[in-house]
Design a protein around this ligand. Structure first.
Ligand SMILES: O=C(CO)[C@H](O)[C@H](O)COP(=O)(O)O
Length: 228
Protein backbone atom coordinates (compact mmCIF):
# COMPACT_ATOMS: atom_id res chain seq x y z
CA UNK A 1 0.00 0.00 0.00
CA UNK A 2 1.43 3.44 -0.90
CA UNK A 3 1.86 6.17 1.69
CA UNK A 4 -1.23 8.13 0.66
CA UNK A 5 -3.39 5.01 0.99
CA UNK A 6 -1.87 4.37 4.42
CA UNK A 7 -2.99 7.85 5.52
CA UNK A 8 -6.45 7.23 4.07
CA UNK A 9 -6.70 3.94 5.96
CA UNK A 10 -5.55 5.62 9.15
CA UNK A 11 -8.25 8.30 9.04
CA UNK A 12 -10.87 5.73 8.01
CA UNK A 13 -10.04 3.63 11.07
CA UNK A 14 -10.02 6.69 13.33
CA UNK A 15 -13.41 7.88 12.04
CA UNK A 16 -15.29 4.74 13.02
CA UNK A 17 -14.41 5.39 16.68
CA UNK A 18 -17.10 8.09 16.49
CA UNK A 19 -19.83 5.60 15.57
CA UNK A 20 -21.84 4.24 18.47
CA UNK A 21 -24.67 1.75 19.02
CA UNK A 22 -28.03 2.91 17.71
CA UNK A 23 -26.67 5.49 15.28
CA UNK A 24 -27.94 6.11 11.76
CA UNK A 25 -24.79 6.88 9.80
CA UNK A 26 -24.30 8.40 6.36
CA UNK A 27 -21.56 6.66 4.43
CA UNK A 28 -19.82 8.79 1.81
CA UNK A 29 -18.04 7.73 -1.35
CA UNK A 30 -14.45 7.39 -2.52
CA UNK A 31 -11.19 5.65 -1.78
CA UNK A 32 -10.85 7.09 1.75
CA UNK A 33 -14.42 6.18 2.66
CA UNK A 34 -13.78 2.67 1.35
CA UNK A 35 -11.22 2.18 4.13
CA UNK A 36 -13.69 3.61 6.66
CA UNK A 37 -16.45 1.23 5.53
CA UNK A 38 -14.02 -1.70 5.81
CA UNK A 39 -13.26 -0.65 9.41
CA UNK A 40 -16.97 -0.21 10.15
CA UNK A 41 -17.68 -3.68 8.76
CA UNK A 42 -15.09 -5.07 11.19
CA UNK A 43 -16.80 -3.37 14.13
CA UNK A 44 -20.25 -4.61 13.06
CA UNK A 45 -18.90 -8.13 12.76
CA UNK A 46 -16.62 -8.29 15.80
CA UNK A 47 -18.41 -6.01 18.29
CA UNK A 48 -21.96 -6.59 17.01
CA UNK A 49 -22.24 -2.81 16.67
CA UNK A 50 -25.90 -2.08 16.05
CA UNK A 51 -26.14 0.72 13.47
CA UNK A 52 -27.92 1.58 10.25
CA UNK A 53 -25.94 2.88 7.27
CA UNK A 54 -27.22 5.17 4.53
CA UNK A 55 -25.02 5.21 1.46
CA UNK A 56 -24.30 8.02 -0.98
CA UNK A 57 -23.58 5.85 -4.01
CA UNK A 58 -24.18 2.45 -5.53
CA UNK A 59 -20.48 1.67 -4.90
CA UNK A 60 -20.64 2.32 -1.17
CA UNK A 61 -24.00 0.53 -0.90
CA UNK A 62 -22.56 -2.62 -2.50
CA UNK A 63 -19.45 -2.56 -0.29
CA UNK A 64 -21.41 -1.99 2.93
CA UNK A 65 -23.90 -4.75 2.16
CA UNK A 66 -21.09 -7.17 1.32
CA UNK A 67 -19.66 -6.52 4.80
CA UNK A 68 -22.98 -7.16 6.54
CA UNK A 69 -23.67 -3.53 7.49
CA UNK A 70 -27.46 -3.04 7.76
CA UNK A 71 -28.47 -0.41 5.20
CA UNK A 72 -31.48 1.81 4.58
CA UNK A 73 -32.19 4.42 1.94
CA UNK A 74 -32.10 8.08 2.91
CA UNK A 75 -35.90 8.24 2.65
CA UNK A 76 -36.33 5.39 5.13
CA UNK A 77 -34.65 7.26 8.00
CA UNK A 78 -36.02 10.30 9.82
CA UNK A 79 -32.54 11.77 10.29
CA UNK A 80 -28.88 10.82 10.32
CA UNK A 81 -26.74 11.18 13.42
CA UNK A 82 -23.43 11.45 11.59
CA UNK A 83 -22.18 11.36 8.01
CA UNK A 84 -18.59 10.44 7.31
CA UNK A 85 -17.30 11.35 3.87
CA UNK A 86 -14.12 12.18 1.99
CA UNK A 87 -13.31 15.47 0.27
CA UNK A 88 -11.25 16.62 -2.67
CA UNK A 89 -10.12 19.90 -1.11
CA UNK A 90 -10.63 21.57 2.27
CA UNK A 91 -9.66 25.22 2.62
CA UNK A 92 -8.10 26.89 5.64
CA UNK A 93 -11.58 28.02 6.72
CA UNK A 94 -12.98 24.50 6.27
CA UNK A 95 -14.99 24.97 3.11
CA UNK A 96 -14.95 21.91 0.88
CA UNK A 97 -14.94 20.75 -2.71
CA UNK A 98 -16.41 17.32 -3.31
CA UNK A 99 -17.54 15.28 -6.28
CA UNK A 100 -14.27 13.85 -7.58
CA UNK A 101 -16.05 10.51 -7.51
CA UNK A 102 -19.16 11.97 -9.20
CA UNK A 103 -21.32 11.29 -6.11
CA UNK A 104 -21.77 14.91 -4.99
CA UNK A 105 -25.56 15.06 -5.33
CA UNK A 106 -26.33 12.11 -3.07
CA UNK A 107 -23.46 13.14 -0.78
CA UNK A 108 -24.98 16.59 -0.33
CA UNK A 109 -28.50 15.22 0.25
CA UNK A 110 -27.23 12.86 2.93
CA UNK A 111 -24.98 15.54 4.46
CA UNK A 112 -27.68 18.18 4.86
CA UNK A 113 -29.90 15.65 6.63
CA UNK A 114 -27.19 14.77 9.15
CA UNK A 115 -26.83 16.20 12.63
CA UNK A 116 -23.04 16.08 12.27
CA UNK A 117 -20.72 15.90 9.29
CA UNK A 118 -17.19 14.52 9.39
CA UNK A 119 -14.68 14.61 6.54
CA UNK A 120 -11.73 12.27 6.43
CA UNK A 121 -8.76 13.17 4.26
CA UNK A 122 -5.06 12.64 3.82
CA UNK A 123 -3.02 15.81 4.33
CA UNK A 124 -2.71 16.50 0.58
CA UNK A 125 -6.38 17.63 0.55
CA UNK A 126 -5.79 20.53 2.96
CA UNK A 127 -5.27 23.72 0.94
CA UNK A 128 -5.12 27.45 1.59
CA UNK A 129 -7.80 28.32 -0.97
CA UNK A 130 -10.09 26.08 -3.03
CA UNK A 131 -9.72 25.76 -6.78
CA UNK A 132 -6.72 23.69 -7.85
CA UNK A 133 -8.96 20.61 -7.95
CA UNK A 134 -11.56 21.16 -10.68
CA UNK A 135 -14.96 21.97 -9.18
CA UNK A 136 -17.44 19.22 -10.14
CA UNK A 137 -20.92 20.35 -11.20
CA UNK A 138 -23.71 17.82 -11.88
CA UNK A 139 -25.78 18.80 -14.90
CA UNK A 140 -28.69 17.13 -16.64
CA UNK A 141 -27.68 15.94 -20.11
CA UNK A 142 -30.49 17.81 -21.89
CA UNK A 143 -29.19 21.24 -22.87
CA UNK A 144 -25.82 20.64 -21.25
CA UNK A 145 -23.92 22.12 -24.21
CA UNK A 146 -25.67 25.44 -23.55
CA UNK A 147 -24.94 25.26 -19.83
CA UNK A 148 -21.31 24.54 -20.75
CA UNK A 149 -21.14 27.61 -23.00
CA UNK A 150 -22.68 29.84 -20.35
CA UNK A 151 -20.10 28.60 -17.86
CA UNK A 152 -17.32 29.29 -20.36
CA UNK A 153 -18.66 32.82 -20.96
CA UNK A 154 -18.48 33.46 -17.19
CA UNK A 155 -14.80 32.47 -17.22
CA UNK A 156 -15.29 29.20 -15.32
CA UNK A 157 -13.21 27.15 -17.79
CA UNK A 158 -15.58 24.15 -17.95
CA UNK A 159 -14.54 20.66 -19.06
CA UNK A 160 -17.00 17.82 -19.61
CA UNK A 161 -15.86 14.83 -17.55
CA UNK A 162 -15.30 11.87 -19.88
CA UNK A 163 -13.67 8.47 -19.63
CA UNK A 164 -12.60 6.77 -22.86
CA UNK A 165 -14.47 9.46 -24.78
CA UNK A 166 -17.76 8.76 -22.99
CA UNK A 167 -19.50 11.13 -20.59
CA UNK A 168 -19.15 10.01 -16.98
CA UNK A 169 -22.66 9.31 -15.68
CA UNK A 170 -23.71 9.86 -12.09
CA UNK A 171 -25.97 7.47 -10.16
CA UNK A 172 -28.83 9.73 -11.34
CA UNK A 173 -27.68 9.37 -14.96
CA UNK A 174 -26.60 12.99 -15.12
CA UNK A 175 -23.21 14.21 -16.35
CA UNK A 176 -20.39 16.17 -14.72
CA UNK A 177 -18.80 19.42 -15.83
CA UNK A 178 -15.58 20.26 -13.97
CA UNK A 179 -14.85 23.98 -13.58
CA UNK A 180 -11.32 25.32 -13.42
CA UNK A 181 -11.54 28.47 -11.33
CA UNK A 182 -8.30 28.80 -9.41
CA UNK A 183 -8.32 30.22 -6.84
CA UNK A 184 -11.99 30.31 -5.88
CA UNK A 185 -11.86 33.62 -4.02
CA UNK A 186 -15.56 33.79 -3.15
CA UNK A 187 -17.01 30.25 -2.86
CA UNK A 188 -20.41 31.51 -1.66
CA UNK A 189 -20.84 33.77 -4.70
CA UNK A 190 -19.80 30.99 -7.06
CA UNK A 191 -22.16 28.52 -5.37
CA UNK A 192 -25.02 31.01 -5.62
CA UNK A 193 -24.37 31.61 -9.31
CA UNK A 194 -24.10 27.92 -10.20
CA UNK A 195 -27.21 26.76 -8.37
CA UNK A 196 -29.29 29.28 -10.31
CA UNK A 197 -28.14 28.09 -13.73
CA UNK A 198 -30.99 26.13 -15.30
CA UNK A 199 -29.79 22.59 -16.00
CA UNK A 200 -27.40 22.51 -13.04
CA UNK A 201 -28.59 19.90 -10.55
CA UNK A 202 -25.96 20.49 -7.84
CA UNK A 203 -22.39 21.69 -7.44
CA UNK A 204 -19.51 20.35 -5.42
CA UNK A 205 -19.05 23.31 -3.09
CA UNK A 206 -19.92 22.10 0.42
CA UNK A 207 -19.96 25.32 2.42
CA UNK A 208 -20.35 25.95 6.17
CA UNK A 209 -21.19 22.31 6.72
CA UNK A 210 -18.43 20.25 8.24
CA UNK A 211 -18.22 19.73 12.01
CA UNK A 212 -15.13 17.56 12.27
CA UNK A 213 -12.19 17.00 9.93
CA UNK A 214 -9.78 14.14 10.45
CA UNK A 215 -6.51 14.71 8.60
CA UNK A 216 -4.05 11.89 8.03
CA UNK A 217 -0.41 12.78 8.71
CA UNK A 218 2.59 10.51 8.76
CA UNK A 219 2.77 10.82 12.54
CA UNK A 220 -0.93 10.07 13.08
CA UNK A 221 -4.45 11.38 12.57
CA UNK A 222 -5.26 14.98 13.52
CA UNK A 223 -8.84 15.59 14.66
CA UNK A 224 -10.04 19.16 14.06
CA UNK A 225 -13.38 20.25 15.53
CA UNK A 226 -14.48 22.96 13.10
CA UNK A 227 -18.08 23.50 14.31
CA UNK A 228 -18.51 21.60 17.57
O1 LIG B 1 -16.61 13.63 -3.18
C1 LIG B 1 -16.27 12.49 -3.36
C2 LIG B 1 -16.94 11.58 -4.30
O2 LIG B 1 -17.92 12.25 -5.06
C3 LIG B 1 -15.13 11.93 -2.57
O3 LIG B 1 -15.41 12.03 -1.23
C4 LIG B 1 -13.90 12.69 -2.92
O4 LIG B 1 -13.72 12.63 -4.32
C5 LIG B 1 -12.67 12.14 -2.21
O5 LIG B 1 -12.38 10.88 -2.70
P1 LIG B 1 -11.07 10.09 -2.31
O6 LIG B 1 -11.23 9.70 -0.88
O7 LIG B 1 -11.06 8.90 -3.25
O8 LIG B 1 -9.90 10.98 -2.54
Amino acid sequence: MNQQDQLKQLVGQKAVEYIHDGMQVGLGTGSTVKFMVDALGERVKNEHLNIVGVSTSERTEAQAKSLGIPMKSVDEVDHLDLTIDGADEISADFQGVKGGGAALLFEKIVAINSDKIMWIVDESKMVKQLGAFGLPVEVIPYGSQHVFEKMAARGYHPVFRKVNGEFVRTDSNNIIIDLHVDPITDPHALAEDLIHMVGVVEHGLFLDMVNTVIVGHEDGPEVIETRP
